[in-house]
Design a protein around this ligand. Structure first.
Ligand code: K7E
Ligand code: CUA
Length: 663
């Protein structure tokens, strides 16, 4: 009976929170949303034509699978990078060179859901080399090179589902960490089991991916098999807590159905604290087991301009028995989501979606508790540290539905609240709330400039809101998401600007523009182009038949494609247009498209070679042309391909500078 009333109370609480959410969204547009707008906002966000923004802002695209780059403070969109997505605009995922990037153990997976970009670090500060980002659905991590703004690597993660607590980077980019939001039967056992056998058969796996300090190449170093909860978010320790990683987990109830009620029963779920430096010792001592599983590793080579995909067959897994002195649970109220570590590395902030306080844990106290064995029990072989023993303190009544926290350079924390739709500023030392500002509407992540490093830049905070409603001109049922730029340089937060974003932004990070803007590659050196089908000058342009395959070695330069007339292609042939842009000048791409091709166009950067596959399905004359207005004579940049019947006696021929070869 007692149990039942408790359960009813909890359900009531959940219903109440849901109601507040709905009412909050539909009726009470916070009055201060517009009145909080300060008069000098326009001056602070205006970047005059021809001037550069101060920061690059890397914003996850959520269900678009992309990464978008905005300038701050202007909010101007600079680039959209296809990561876990195909992009017909430039042929990413359609060209022969890029297709392998999207390969997985399931075959090509041309889409995913990307949430958490993270920048490479040296000594706990950004070093401007790479951005890593996670794919949730078919678990993967991607690496983007900040000299080319191109996705150059993709690593699939076995034994995982819903790779959400990812892609967070340790202080010196030793590891990227990933985890399982969904626990599942691992790939190395027979997963064909009843879902009701969740408690026996479902496990979480946490992946540690090492990063080569010079090349950036990722490797699945080891995995930890942990109890079958839902591992939601994570952050590495820094400074004194470097060597540790912290994860939130919910569903300590281990429910497998109706989670919104069944996984909200316990008053506390857990933070999982992982001592990975210790784990490295165990690995060196030979602990861990090699298990069979399949996962893809895809690399893009900037010299051949081509990706290759390799399938790996095993990984090393450590079980809880090996990890007694490396893993600890800390109770955490209630259904926690974000977990964030302050710049000093001492304070660990976990945000409970259904909690009324924000617990702040102390790294020193956690160490002491472990030393003194202040445990309040164990679950599935992992010691549970006593809550009070690990706790520094709680922020009282901060708001409703806490999600994520970031930090400034002055000892303040900023926490996003989804349900009460606001950002709350509080002091990390005395845990007092200092200020609050409404978000419009229902904020998810927030990002302070450098807010996850040892030395935040501060100055601005950006809110990434889940719901736009009336902020922009309406565009039918689907609206853009809303980012809000907030000035945090003074005591009071000030709203400066709204700007729309693509997809759904979750986390975002920002780099000072000066760190990378002069290191951008402006074009690829043609002399270093090692593509097997490159044509470095018009002299190397040609058409070659290899059985049913016709290869066109084509060059593009203002304002000519060579060859520009091709005859002798037959039905049943597969034609590869290997297009080399032989320009050696910044910002002169050429495009390529042929009528009736069923994939995409190409957009080829100066010095690069890319390939479009074309399987003609009818006879006739097919036009092709450059799709990027590159010069005054761009419209003249065109050609024809003739397709004849199978077995026809039209010889293979092509035209270069009015001269036809092969007839
Ligand atoms: Cu959107 Cu980080 Cu995927 Cu919170 S998560 S909001
Ligand atoms: Cu090249 Cu238009």
């Amino acid at each position: 009976m007692q149990m039942k009333t408790q359960r009813n109370e909890k359900q009531l609480l959940i219903t109440l929170i849901m109601l507040i959410t709905i009412i909050g969204l539909s009726s009470c547009r916070p009055k201060s949303a517009t009145s909080a707008f300060s008069e000098d906002a326009a001056v602070k966000t205006y970047v005059a034509p021809g001037n550069y923004d101060e920061f690059y802002n890397f914003v996850s695209g959520g269900f678009s699978g992309q990464l978008a780059i905005y300038g701050l403070p202007s909010g101007r969109l600079l680039k959209v990078i296809p990561v876990f997505s195909v992009n017909a605009e430039n042929g990413w995922g359609f060209s022969e060179e890029t297709k392998p990037m999207l390969n997985t153990s399931f075959g090509e997976v041309p889409w995913d859901d990307s949430h958490h970009p993270n920048l490479s670090m040296t000594n706990g500060e950004y070093d401007g080399r790479w951005v890593f980002i996670n794919a949730n659905n078919t678990p993967r991590i991607a690496r983007i090179d900040l000299k080319t703004f191109k996705t150059v690597e993709m690593l699939e993660l076995p034994n995982s589902a819903g790779n959400h607590p990812s892609a967070f980077v340790t202080e010196n980019t030793e590891y990227i960490v990933a985890g399982t939001r969904f626990s599942i039967p691992p790939d190395y056992v027979d997963g064909d089991v009843p879902i009701t056998s969740y408690k026996e058969n479902f496990k979480g796996h946490i992946s540690f991916i090492s990063v080569d300090p010079v090349t950036g190449e990722m490797k699945l170093s080891f995995q930890l098999a942990v109890p079958g909860f839902n591992y939601d978010l994570s952050h590495p320790g820094k400074g004194k807590s470097h060597g540790w990683f912290f994860f939130t987990c919910y569903n300590s109830e281990q429910a497998h159905t109706h989670l919104e009620v069944n996984a909200s029963q316990n008053d506390k779920d857990f933070v999982l604290a992982v001592n990975w430096k210790k784990i490295e010792e165990h690995l060196r001592a030979g602990k861990g087991e090699k298990v069979k599983c399949r996962y893809a590793h895809n690399m893009y080579d900037e010299k051949t301009h081509t990706a290759t995909s390799k399938i790996f067959e095993e990984t090393t897994v450590l079980n809880v028995e090996d990890l007694k002195d490396c893993l600890y649970y800390i109770p955490c109220p209630k259904s926690p989501h974000g977990i964030d570590v302050d710049p000093s590395g001492e304070y660990i902030v976990a945000s409970g979606k259904l909690a009324t306080v924000i617990p702040v844990f102390s790294f020193d106290k956690i160490q002491k508790a472990i030393e003194e064995k202040s445990f309040e029990g164990e679950t599935e072989g992992i010691n549970i540290i006593n809550y009070e023993a690990a706790l520094y303190g709680e922020v009282q009544n901060p708001g409703l539905g806490a999600l994520h926290t970031e930090f400034d350079e002055k000892g303040n924390a900023y926490t996003s609240f989804f349900v009460s739709s606001e950002i709350v500023k509080w002091n990390v030392k005395d845990l007092q709330v200092l200020d609050r500002i409404p978000s419009t509407y229902s904020i998810g992540h927030l990002s302070v400039m450098g807010g996850d490093t040892k030395k935040p830049y501060g100055k601005y905070l950006v809110a990434y809101n889940k719901i736009t409603k009336d902020r922009f001109l309406p565009t039918g049922p689907e609206l853009a998401q809303c980012a809000q730029l907030i000035d945090i340089s003074g005591d009071k937060m000030k709203l400066l600007l709204d700007f729309p974003t693509i997809g759904e932004p979750h986390y975002a990070v920002a780099l000072p523009a000066d760190m990378i803007k002069d290191k951008q590659i402006q074009f690829y050196n043609l002399a270093e182009n090692k593509h097997p089908y490159v044509a470095r000058s018009q002299k190397e342009a040609k058409v070659v038949r290899e059985g049913n395959v016709v290869r066109v070695y084509m060059t593009a330069i203002r304002s000519h494609m060579a060859p520009d007339n091709i005859e002798g292609i037959m039905l049943g042939d597969t034609v590869y247009f290997h297009l080399t842009n032989i320009e050696q000048e910044w910002d002169i791409p050429h495009g390529f498209a042929v009528k009736g091709n069923t994939n995409a166009e190409l957009l080829v950067m100066p010095g690069e070679t890319q390939t479009l596959k074309w399987v003609p399905s009818r006879t006739g004359i097919f036009s092709f042309y450059c799709t990027d207005f590159c010069s005054a004579l761009h419209q003249e940049m065109q050609g024809y391909a003739r397709v004849s019947a199978k077995g026809s006696n039209v010889p293979l021929s092509y035209t270069l500078d009015d001269k036809t070869t092969g007839k």
